[in-house]
Design a protein. Structure first.
Length: 425
């Protein structure tokens, strides 16, 4: 850390002294099971923390009156009553610097089968330098680190020459509508950092992601005459097989240079399946929900058409489905990808901060998933990237985040605040 001047030394020391607060706050967020629709208590914890740290706070609603026509809005079948994002704002103490948004999502995915977890997923546990729990990595520790990076600058005795906004959003895991609402409410900046748990890297590319739902009808019978019925569950299998072929076709087709290093960058996932009501009745309805990704130079409508055509072709080869075509809905993610140059000024500053702490350049990260960067990159002022802690088993059992990496994120962000926003003595 030879490159640090004495002001930056003070900021790093202040950050290190906040480690217990960062872990305590991260743990309190993990203890709130903020799955889809149940985010209120985690938002409350964050809002209270922001107020205590001296931020001005605002609840930012996802208001369909303003957002429904936004090109980035994703229609969803659920509502937004009493669901919101929380924003903390620190105005500039002096002019002259560049503004910054620090964004993180408070929603988490379901813990899945509890048998696979060593501990209660919503009971944070620290073991051997790791914090365990659903959301520990994705991405409540990152949120704690980013908020306390702002606090570290203050504790070190500095003001800032530009406004800083910290955002805790919902629906990163399903639509991206939360971050979009913050952007639409005017909370954008000259740079945006998101501490997603991809490690201390600089994200330059992410794929597009869409969700869809396919519903099929069968013909119900008692199993004694099953051969005269149509099993709605089993008739899904050839449709899924056709979609799997589309996935292969997309991976085998032309791809951007950045994605040539991957064996299989684009992934189809059938993540939800339902149907039937009784082991001895031929099911008359089944539905499955899927997620498919696509390269950054492709748009949502193109892939949507490909999915519709693929299912149509599969249905034409089946006597029942050709007469009873599946219903296809597109809800949730319709998030196009993006690709940006590593040479953006915000990325260079971030890399400088990383190098000051580690002695090496930060690697670039090419993402095969989507993040809330989409809102800022496609509809905002850009210069948005992810740099976050090291986590394991995100979306799986025994999710955990490496505590030293959380502290590294806090320190890097604190240095970034000093360099990008500018300090006031
Ligand atoms: Zn995440």
């Amino acid at each position: 850390m030879a490159d640090l001047d004495h002001r930056q030394q003070r900021i790093i020391e202040a950050t290190e002294k906040l480690e217990a607060d960062i872990l305590d706050f991260a743990g309190r967020l993990v203890a709130e099971p903020s799955t889809l629709g149940d985010e209120a208590s985690a938002l409350q914890v964050m809002e209270t923390e922001l107020k205590q740290l001296g931020f001005e706070t605002e609840k930012v609603a996802i208001d369909l009156r303003f957002l429904a026509d936004h090109p980035g809005f994703a229609p969803v079948p659920w509502g937004y009553e009493n669901r919101y994002n929380v924003v903390g704002y620190r105005p500039a103490d002096l002019e002259g610097g560049r503004s910054l948004v620090l964004n993180g999502h408070l929603d988490v995915v379901n813990p899945g089968c509890l048998d696979f977890w060593q501990d209660d997923p919503f009971h944070p546990v620290i073991k051997d330098g790791w914090l365990y729990g659903r959301g520990a990595g994705d991405m409540k520790s990152g949120i704690a680190a980013m908020i306390y990076a702002v606090q570290a600058v203050k504790v070190a005795g500095f003001g800032m020459q530009a406004p800083v906004t910290v955002q805790g959003v919902i629906e990163e895991e399903c639509s991206g509508n939360g971050a979009l609402a913050c952007l639409h409410a005017g909370y954008d900046a000259e740079a945006t950092l998101i501490p997603e748990p991809f490690g201390p890297t600089i994200l330059t590319h992410q794929v597009g992601v869409l969700w869809f739902k396919v519903t099929v009808r069968g013909a119900s019978r008692h199993v004694l005459s099953a051969s005269s019925g149509i099993n709605a569950i089993e008739i899904c299998f050839p449709i899924i097989a056709a979609l799997r072929s589309l996935e292969t076709e997309l991976n085998d087709g032309p791809r951007p240079e950045a994605y040539k290093q991957f064996d299989h960058p684009l992934n189809l996932n059938i993540g939800l399946f339902s149907g039937g009501s009784w082991p001895s009745s031929v099911p008359d309805e089944a539905a499955f929900h899927g997620r498919l990704s696509y390269f950054p130079d492709v748009r949502f409508n193109e892939i949507r058409q490909k999915i519709i055509q693929t299912i149509k072709r599969a249905s034409e080869n089946n006597r029942w489905l050709s007469q009873n075509p599946p219903e296809i809905e597109f809800y949730g993610f319709r998030s196009d990808g993006h690709a940006v140059a590593r040479s953006l000024p915000a990325f260079e500053t971030l890399n400088d901060c990383h190098r000051m702490l580690t002695g090496t350049n930060a690697e670039s990260y090419i993402a095969t998933c989507t993040t809330d960067l989409r809102a800022f990159q496609l509809f905002g002022r850009g210069q948005a990237t992810c740099y976050g802690p090291v986590a394991e088993n995100i979306h799986g059992a025994n999710e955990r985040v490496h505590i030293p990496s959380v502290m590294q994120v806090a320190k890097t962000y604190a240095l970034f605040l000093s360099r990008w926003c500018g300090l006031v003595e």
